[in-house]
Ligand binder design. Sequence first.
Ligand code: PMP
Length: 280
Amino acid sequence: MAIHFFNGDFIPKEAIKFSINDVGILRGYGLFDFFRVLDGVPVFMDDHLDRFERSAKLMGMELPYSRQKIEEAIRELIKVNGLPLGSIKLVLTGGESPDGFASGKPNLVILNEALRLLPEHKYTEGVSLMTLDYTRDFPLAKSTNYAVAVGLQREWLQKGHEDVLYHAGGKVWEVSRSNVFFFKEGKLITNEDGVLLGITRKHVLKIAEGMFEVEIRDFTLDELLASEEMFITGSNRQLLPVVKLDDKVIANGKVGERTGKLVEELGAYVSKYVRAHAVK
Ligand code: PMP
């Protein structure tokens, strides 16, 4: 049975207990982060822990353990659970409240679970997205508030979509759990403001630097619809081609050549990282 970290203890999932007065539950005051563990290597862990710390600051929360202690706990889980293809999920809640509103002593959970992969055909055929006029609260923080997306999932699945794309006031933001990229006139474009700065986004930009001209700027839904190729990035999905928005097909409705190349390049880049960080 897999074990997980909860406030200093290494215990099975069933033993993790929260007070109903935790403001993470009552008021949605909580943080989250997620990354993959491949062959025992936590992929881009430093980036994710940096972001977890930044998210905590942005939301006025304090981490109850040092960075070193959190890293040690993650490595211990990976060693003990021994999952060949795993994930780490960090959750920090605002803690048990004395009055149902004030935050308390934060709770830290680190889950180490098997990784759920998307079927291969989604990468070769691309996916479609539903669009929604919406702006996330605390866009730069990875909070636990995904309520709008969770509430809409049934609708987008019924319509055959993979996820929901947020836009507002003429600007495209991001997908519920991914960043957005597209090609226009040969340039690779992605936004920087008003979105969670994804770790996958960061590394894809690094890879793309040597391959294409890159533009970091705001863009509109119309630009996306008229794009040559589009894809989204995230730690779980990696780099997933998008070929349709609502009922509108992008370009010829097929995965573009440059996107396909980036899928391959990112795979090779991550494999190289895993080899370089393998525990000897
Ligand atoms: N935007 C949001 C809102 C997300 O939840 C995620 C997933 N963490 C991303 C973008 C992509 O970030 P990353 O590449 O770090 O997984």
